[in-house]
Design a protein. Structure first.
Length: 313
């Protein structure tokens, strides 16, 4: 089934000496190329990967899992690989499940396949209630933004066709998981979630992405807003305009009622100034959305040119 496809596996790793060796050793035999991206580890992660004979790329300092993913993706694109699988090096995922992810791509049913921890209630992993609800909320938010139903947008176990990799453009060094969903949906890349059983908590160490939930929420929200700004600016700024408009209605109605009752604006002229200020910002946001929407169309054309150049290269 896999003889005519070149499959590469990318493993971003940061201080994963406890499990990186087991992860590499457990990869299926049909994998053609293994790339470990050492993201500035200070332990033996790089040495263990080198001992296994895999391709190793090391960042001189820790840059973030998003940067590590992009390094691995660029290395795959510079090769002749047909499919890229990315899997964490912490042992939470079973490498035997790679077959479940690449099969839909080989059969032409999807270009991006992601493992889903929450699509099948029977496979829910054990994790803290805060992390569980945080993951569910993030999936709900992405689903609302895209108009598609997604169950798990934060899982780091995924497979990509070469077409998907060529179209993917990511800008965050912190993480890549949610941004990938938004980028692919807005570019009409076919997406499929496959339920898999995973370990809910790390056996060793702490997650470098979700170890601080407040920082994770802030960074993720920033990525989502930036992606909407770049691909769906009118939707974003029209929503902001609507918020200003509705907020401005309260002081405007208050002042109108006061004038009808008393025949004067005093002593509540402040309400008029406040309403005018909010209505002005509403109009400006609406116009800004139109302007940025024009730039978004230009960006999409530029990305199509970039895909063409990548193919030529």
């Amino acid at each position: 089934m896999y003889e005519d496809k070149i499959i590469s596996v990318v493993i971003p790793a940061y201080n994963e000496e406890a499990k990186i060796g087991d992860t590499i050793d457990s990869l299926p035999r049909y994998i053609d190329h293994v790339i470990v991206v050492d993201d500035g580890s200070v332990d033996r992660t790089a040495a263990i990967a080198r001992e296994r004979g895999v391709t190793l790329c090391s960042h001189p300092r820790n840059r973030g899992v998003g940067a590590a993913f992009n390094t691995g993706r660029n290395m795959v694109l510079s090769s002749e690989a047909d499919i890229m699988v990315n899997i964490d090096g912490d042992g939470q995922f079973n490498p035997a499940d790679i077959e479940k992810l690449i099969r839909p791509i080989i059969e032409g049913r999807a270009d991006f396949v992601t493992a889903s921890r929450f699509k099948d209630p029977q496979l829910y992993p054990r994790m803290s209630r805060v992390k569980f609800q945080g993951n569910r909320f993030m999936s709900w938010m992405i689903s609302r933004m895209t108009g598609r139903r997604f169950y798990d947008v934060s899982c780091g176990f995924r497979a990509y066709s070469r077409k998907a990799l060529l179209h993917l453009n990511l800008f965050s060094d912190f993480t890549y998981t949610q941004e990938t969903f938004l980028d692919f949906v807005f570019k009409n890349i076919s997406i499929l979630e496959v339920p898999v059983a995973v370990r809910g908590t790390r056996e060793f160490g702490k997650s470098r992405v979700a170890s601080n939930l407040f920082r994770y929420a802030y960074q993720t929200l920033k990525i989502i807003i930036r992606t909407l700004r770049d691909y769906k600016p009118f939707r974003l700024f029209a929503s902001i305009a609507l918020i200003f408009l509705l907020t401005g209605l309260f002081p405007a109605v208050f002042l109108a009622v006061h004038y009808i009752r008393t025949g004067t604006f005093s002593p509540h002229k402040w309400a008029g100034f406040t309403a005018a200020f909010l209505f002005t910002f509403s109009a400006l946001s609406f116009v800004l959305g139109f302007i940025l929407d024009m730039f978004a169309r230009m960006r999409m054309n530029q990305e199509e040119i970039l895909v063409y150049l990548k193919k030529r290269k």
